[in-house]
Structures are given as C-alpha cells and as structure tokens.
Write a protein that binds this ligand. Structure first.
Ligand code: GLN
Ligand code: ZN
Length: 758
C-alpha cells in the first residue's frame, strides 16, 4: 500500500470565487459573515475533490497568504496593526494590504512588504521581526479548519510552515539576526503541535522549502536545534521540501528526527536514491512525482519505470504526492471548453494531477495491469505530443541553427552609436519619456471585451483604439515630453498580447493562478516552437508616429519576460525556448526599424525573476537569458536606439550581466529605493544610458518637482549627466489620467529645472 497525499490545493476557486468574495468584502459590499461562509464552502469543496487521497491538506487554504496566516498563528503582528481597533480580520487585511490615507484624518497603515515565494510568481507577506519580537500562539484558524475537515470526513493533515523557513522568510527591521529568535519561537511551535495532536491530528506537514537553497552553517545548525526540540511532539512530522534539490543539505535533512521527508522528485529526481539510502529505516519517504509547477501530463509509464523498484525497496514507507503545493497551477482542465483539443489532450491541471497520482498509486499496489487502459491513453497522449507538427516546426529549428555570434552584437560600440543617435534624435539633455502604457480606462476595457465577444466589429475596435492612441499622443505633446509612446491601449497584458499573436502558444479561459491576495494571472501556455506569422505592433506604432513630429518609441516585451511569465515546455530546456522567442521578437524589432521607428523599447520586466534558487546556478541562467535579449535586440543599425525596462531596483548582484545586454538606455524602478540604486553604481561603472524612475507609479501620490530633481541630482553623482533620462518607474496603466497628468507635468518641469544653467 502506497500512501497518497497532497501538499496544498489552489484556494482561489475554479471560478475565482475567493477573489470576487474578497474584493466585494473590501469594497464594503458584503460582510465578514459572507466571506467566511464562502471560504468555508470552498474548503469543503476542495476536500471533497481530494478525498480519494489518503491524506488531505488542511490549513493550506488562506484568505490572503499562507505566510501571513502563519504570522498570525505565531502572534507576529506589527505594532502599527495590532494597536488598531477592529476585528482580527480587519487587522489581517490591514497588514496584507495597508490602509491608504484617503483623507488626512485617516489612520493609515503601511502594508507588510510583499515578496516572491521562492522562484514562483506567488507573493507572500514578509514577516517583520526585531530583536525583541515575542511569539504567542493563536491556533484558532488552524484548529477550526481541522475540525471542519474532520467533520467533512477526510483524513486531515494540517500544514504549517516550519520554524526555520519561517524565520528565513522574515526580515529583522532593526538589522538583528533572525536566528537569535529561534529559542523563543520553538516553544510556540511545540504548543501548536500539541494543540493539533489534542484535536486529533496524526500527521502534520511542516514545510521547510528553504532546504533547497544554499544554507550556511548557522542555518543548518538551526535545523538540528529546531527539530531536536520538536521531536517530542505527539504528532508525526512530515518535513516537506520542494522546488529543487537538497544538494549539500541532503545529509542534514535525512538526519533530522522527523517521521518522514518529502522530496521534489521532479526537480530533484537525481537525489531519490541517495535520500532513500540516507534515511533511517523507520522513516517515510514522500516523493513528489507529479509536477506541481506546470500544466503538462505526467509520463506515467516512465515514472513507473523508475518508481517501481523504489516502491519495492521502501514498501509502506513510500508516499506519493505532487512535487509541491498545487497552488501554482489552475484548478480544473475539464471546464476549459474552448481550448484547442489537440493541445488540451497533453495537459493536466490540479484535479487531473490528482487523478494521475491515484493512478500511479494503484499501479504500484495492484500492478500496471489494473490500470492498463489509462496508462495506454496516457502513453498515446504523450506520443501524440511528441509527434505533433505543431510542437516541432522545422523552419524554426533551422532558423535557430543559423544563429551565430554576430546576431547578438551591435555594429559599433556604445559611444559611436550614442553619437549617431544623438544626431538623429536631437533630444535635449535629461530627455523625458514614459515606460509605455497610459491608463487602461473602463472604456478601453469595455471595448476590448466587446470586441472579444464579437459585439464590436474589428474596424470599430481599431477606431476606438486609435482614438485612445491619439488622445495619449496629444496629452504627451501638451505635457512637453520628449520621447512619446502610443500608450498600449490595445494590450490587455504585456505578455498575453504577444503570446496571442505568436504561433506556439495557447490560452486557457479559466487557467487562473494566484499571484497575491485576490490577484490572479492566467499564464499563456507555451507548447510548441515559436514563430511570428506577421508583424504584431507595427501598424499601431506607425499610426501613433503619424500624429506627431516627436520621436515615437516602439514597444515590445522581451523573450525572457515572455518565458518567465508563461507555462513553458518541459520537453526542451528553457534556454531553447528563449532563443526561439528571441528570433520572433527580433523580426518585430527589425520590422519596426524598417518602418522608420528610431527608438525601440524591449521590456524585460521579469528578467530577475528567472534567477535560480541556488546562486551557483545564476551565471548559467544569466548567460542564456542575456544572450536571448541580445539576439532579439541587437540586430539593428547604430542609429536605432534600443531601450529596455526592468521593474525592480535590486541590481547589485546582476549589474554586470545587465550591462552585457548593451541596451542604449535602461529604465528601472528606483523611486522607492534610491539608495539601493546608488549602491549598485558605486561598485560598477554602468557604461550606457539610464533612466532611474523618479515617479513611483505604484502610489497614488503626485511626486513633487523638487523631489524628482533631487533624485536625478544624486544619480548624477554616479552617472554622467549626459547619460541620464527622466521617466516614471513603470507603466501607467493602473493609474488614472487625473493622477498621471499632474505627475508628468512635474516630471517635465523637473527635467527643465535640471537643464537650466545653475
Ligand atoms: N511597457 C509596459 C507598460 O508600460 C511595461 C510594464 C512593466 O514593466 N511591467 O505597461
Ligand atoms: Zn515596470
């Protein structure tokens, strides 16, 4: 008998029920009772959908974020939130989302910092500590859910974040060492485990994904100390790791006094044998054999080929699960009624992944013959995928084969190009520009929905978008900006817009994945070799340019960002898909240049996100990612100016790689973190031009002229003034015109102040 279980289930709901309930509650249109009832209903539904498993996760559900839940469970609630009146739910959302100062009398509360959960696109709320942080147990949420689950009749396995990972995820606001808090934290964990035991929990899943990252000896020791202290608990601990290999931490993990360990057998397949050998004979080994990070069907026969001998060795000690929580995949493929049927036959979402898990377990216990028909169907689907002419396009492969070193190299070095570009563009010092998008108003979104639903004819839609473009151009001219953009009205999303026009992608209708809180993304599915049947942006850009004498930037999304924000192929390395994307976007770049566009911006908003969890693997990633950008961007003539944009300011550790992209101008997010930016430039002489974002578009505040002048002046201490641009720190699509106009007016004024002889 092989035990099956799941590490976590998507909580947002197959139809994003939780999202809509949250947003209605936040708008004050429904009350806490309605939200709680809906959440309870979703949990019960999800348990029913998982009840065929031997153990079902409990406590993986969250109204906002599982790390924030853990902070409340451990009593880690910052004073600025705890000190306010109102219910616990109010405090919870206050910390999650902050409370804006609409009027001056309001008690505004700063939200907790949000950051990416390992290498996923899920964001968690960073726990805040200081040297005096005290912990206190608040087990109600978990105990309530455990009681509900037991009532539902499932075999419940509570899920919590382990103490070492929890401390690792947090930040000490006073610069003290979070590990110093461990002795204070552990007794609270011990109490929590005791409460769970008292309420009937047998197994508890304790997530320690930080074990797949590089840990220094202090953190390794923390593991030994923590689990020695928790070893006396009356529950059995299943310590889970996921998203990667254990590497150096394998002996450490294997030696911890817990009842079982979960290994991501997709990403750390090579470690299965070593971990099985290192684990004492009374421990459970849970193997994550179904990929919880992608949407592809598992090759069940190939999995059984290696799994059967492992199962024979381990017997009842073997457990099976997805590699990680299914939080990172959409819920149900069965509701996708419009997906291309061929591609659909290759896919599995959360519920289908659980079917696969069940099949594997049955095959192991009863033999493959018991599930012969299903195994055959699976094999046929995979063979179909391998054979499909839509997956492998010989023309694309041939084109990738022609790439040589010249593809990624500009004809001349930056100083020569810069001179030619200056002669052509005739821009003033401190040129002003924006990052691309202008407000996506309700009218724009309505027009797009009507067009998609077939209620608005193509030419009417085109006219509506042209009106928006004309409006954006006129506003920019009136403001006196130097380099204009068309405003991206026609784009729903910077990746989806391109994915829809490239061959090799499909789009689901309901394939939503939680990004943070109520925010979900619907990643494109990259299934085949990429090609560009026709130009994607040239007509819009040409139309925009026809309205003004100022230079109009062409606006594209780069290959690495498209890749990092999609579900990607598992049948070739990511680097290979990046090259194909690079060639497709390169054609667009060259077509824009051909159409007379003098400045082309290629956004690599998500380049940093693709960095591997282990630093040792960074160089390899950066090498192919940067090369993909270069191939995409650098085929242009010297007098064509290439811009790129990145949505972050942490450049310290990757600035050399960024410089290798050799973009003529890079615009980055800095307005909230000028010190960090300057830090990077202290160390490294960035050779080309930079637009440090001086207007924080994430805030409704209108930046003052003097504040922006100061930011640029301090940048000018590190970067020669003739290489500085003045711009916001990201696109303006989420802002309203009433905010954008005064902010940009100040921005233009700041540039004029800088230009004035002092
Ligand atoms: N050009 C895009 C925009 O302006 C860039 C968005 C982004 O960086 N996330 O919206
Ligand atoms: Zn951005």
């Amino acid at each position: 008998m092989t035990t099956t279980h799941n590490l976590g289930f998507p909580r947002i709901g197959a139809n994003r029920e939780l999202k809509f309930a949250l947003e209605s509650y936040w708008r004050g249109e429904s009350d806490a009772q309605a939200l709680t009832t809906l959440a309870g209903g979703l949990r019960r539904r999800h348990w029913q959908q998982q009840r065929r498993l031997d153990l079902v996760p409990v406590g993986d559900f969250s109204l906002y974020d599982q790390v924030l839940d853990m902070s409340f469970t451990l009593g880690v609630v910052p004073e600025r939130v705890a000190g306010q009146s109102g219910s616990e739910l109010d405090s919870y959302f206050r910390l999650a989302r902050g409370r804006a100062s609409r009027d001056s009398g309001c008690h505004c509360v700063q939200a907790g910092e949000m950051t990416k959960w390992f290498d996923t696109n899920y964001h968690y709320i960073v726990p805040e500590f200081d040297a005096d942080t005290a912990f206190s147990l608040n087990p109600d949420r978990l105990l309530r859910q455990l009681a509900e689950a037991l009532e539902s009749g499932v075999n419940a396995k509570p899920v919590i974040i382990g103490p070492v990972t929890y401390l690792h995820l947090g930040k000490c606001k006073d610069g003290s060492d979070p590990l110093a808090l461990l002795p204070r934290l552990l007794p609270v964990y011990a109490q929590l485990l005791e409460c769970l035991a008292a309420q009937g929990a047998d197994w508890v899943q304790i997530d320690e994904p930080v074990l797949v990252t590089e840990l220094d000896t202090a953190w390794q020791d923390a593991f030994r100390q923590a689990y020695a202290e928790l070893a006396g608990a009356r529950v059995q601990l299943l310590l889970t790791t996921y998203f990667g290999r254990l590497g150096d931490n394998l002996p450490l993990a294997a030696g911890l006094p817990v009842a079982g360990i979960h290994l991501d057998a997709v990403n750390a397949h090579a470690e299965v044998a070593a971990l099985a050998a290192a684990l004492p004979a009374d421990r459970v080994l849970s193997l994550g054999v179904i990929n919880g990070r992608n949407i592809w069907k598992t090759d069940l026969n190939a999995t059984l080929d290696w799994l059967e001998p492992v199962a024979r060795d381990l017997g009842e000690r073997l457990w099976l699960a997805p590699s990680c929580s299914l939080l990172h995949v959409p819920v149900d493929l069965d509701i996708e009624d419009r997906l291309d049927p061929e591609v659909r036959s290759w896919l599995a979402f959360a519920l289908q992944k659980l079917d696969e898990l069940e099949l594997l377990a049955t095959a192991l216990t009863e033999g493959r013959a018991a599930v012969q028909a299903q195994l055959k169907t699976n094999a046929e689907a995979l063979a179909g995928r391998r054979r499909s002419s839509r997956v492998r396009n010989p023309a694309v492969r041939a084109a990738v084969g022609t790439i040589d070193a010249d593809f990624g190299r500009r004809r001349s070095a930056y100083p020569q190009r810069a001179q030619l570009q200056a002669d052509r563009l005739q821009l003033p010092p401190y040129p002003t520009t924006t990052i691309g998008s202008f407000p996506q108003t309700a009218e724009i979104r309505r027009a797009r929905q009507q067009f998609r639903a077939g209620e608005l004819a193509a030419d009417a839609y085109q006219e509506a978008m042209q009106r928006e473009i004309a409006h954006a151009v006129h506003e920019q001219e009136a403001l006196g900006l130097d380099v204009l953009v068309h405003g991206e009205a026609e784009r729903n999303d910077m990746v989806e817009y391109f994915g829809e026009q490239l061959d090799g992608f499909v789009f689901s209708r309901f394939g939503w994945v939680q990004s943070y809180g109520s925010r979900c993304v619907k990643p494109p599915i990259l299934f085949g070799d990429i090609s560009r049947p026709q130009p994607m942006t040239v007509d819009w850009t040409r139309y925009a340019q026809s309205l003004t004498d100022k230079p109009m930037k062409g606006m594209l999304t780069g290959p690495v960002t498209i890749l990092n924000w999609s579900f990607v192929r598992d049948d070739q390395p990511r680097s290979e898909s990046a090259l194909q994307l690079a060639l497709a976007i390169r054609q667009e770049v060259l077509d824009l240049e051909q159409a007379g566009v003098g400045i082309i911006q290629i956004d690599e908003a998500a380049l940093r996100e693709g960095l591997p969890l282990r630093r040792a693997e960074w160089t390899q990633y950066l090498d192919w990612a940067i090369e993909a950008f270069r191939i995409c961007a650098n085929g242009v003539r010297d007098e064509t100016q290439i811009h790129t944009h990145m949505c972050y300011s942490q450049f310290n550790d990757i600035i050399e790689a960024i410089a290798r992209m050799d973009a003529d101008v890079i615009t980055i997010e800095t307005s909230r973190s000028d010190l960090q930016l300057l830090g990077a430039f202290d160390r490294f002489d960035y050779p080309n031009a930079i637009g440090p974002g001086v207007y924080d578009i994430h805030s409704p505040n209108i930046p003052g002229v003097e504040q922006m002048v100061q930011l640029i002046r301090s940048a000018a201490e590190r970067i020669p003034a003739q290489r500085l641009w003045v711009n916001p720190d990201c696109g303006l699509k989420t802002r309203r015109w009433e905010e954008v106009i005064p902010a940009l007016r100040n921005l233009v004024e700041a540039a004029r102040t800088l230009r004035a002889p002092s």
